[in-house]
Each structure stands twice: as structure tokens, then as C-alpha cells.
Design a protein around this ligand. Sequence first.
Ligand code: ZN
Length: 157
Amino acid sequence: MRKICKCEFLSLTLQRKNKETVESTDNIKSAGLKVTPQRKVVYEAMMELRHAPIDEIIKCVQAKDSEITVSTIYRILDSFCKANLLSHVFNPGVGKSYYDITVKEHHHVFEGEHIMDYMDEGLSELIRQYLKNKNFASVDIDKIQVQITINKNKVKQ
Ligand SMILES: [Zn+2]
């Protein structure tokens, strides 16, 4: 029996698939890259995974299209990062770098191996203001990323 990867399971509804296809084509195009079938598969895998290490992406992409080689996947991910279609986040829970589908400034909550996005413009602004009054007054801060790690051993009863 063939194992179903997490991203396949998540994309079972046809409606969602159609939306993703349109969205992936649009996003790849607007990043200034040529839309190829391989790029679409890799981007759609990332849309489903949200945050994933390279091995998980390879598994997911090859479950969709086994013809896409590992070196092609690496090449595509690299071009996506350069085109600002993907960002990176380090997951301290597993000690690995993850690709992240969200490029806009955002924060992360880590719980064991899991990464969740935490969008909070107020928090970013607060830190920006704080830093402006400190030693960072003269520099232009590009991105602020707060990492919140949940202590699983101390979850309230
Ligand atoms: Zn993220």
C-alpha cells in the first residue's frame, strides 16, 4: 500500500486544489519566474506544508510527481528563495532549517517539532520602537522575527 504524505492528505478536496493551482501560478509569475510544471508542483507542495525541512519537501514533491529529481527540487527551492517566494526559519526543536511559504514579516511559535506562524504586527512595531530608542537608532531594520518556544513539560493541567 502506498503511504499518503501529509500534504496529499491535506489536499484531498478538488476545490482547494484548483485554488492552489491558480494561486501558485500567480505567485510564481509575480515573483518574475517562468511557470514550469516542476516549479508548480514544488510551490504547491510548499503551500500545503507551510513550513518543512528539505527531506519532507522532497517526499511530498515526489509523491505528486516521481519524475522530479532531488537536484531539481533543490534548484527550484533555491530559485524560489532568491525570488523571495520562500523564506527560511530555523526550527530549534529539531535543529534543522525549514523552508517557509510565508515571506511577509511574521513570528513563530515552536512546540516540539511543530512550527506555527504567529502574525502580530503590534509586536513587531513594539520591538521596532524599542530598538529605535536603543543602539539600533541609526540602522534600518529589515525584519523582526520572534521565536516563541512552548515548554511542553509545563502545560497547565
Ligand atoms: Zn512561518
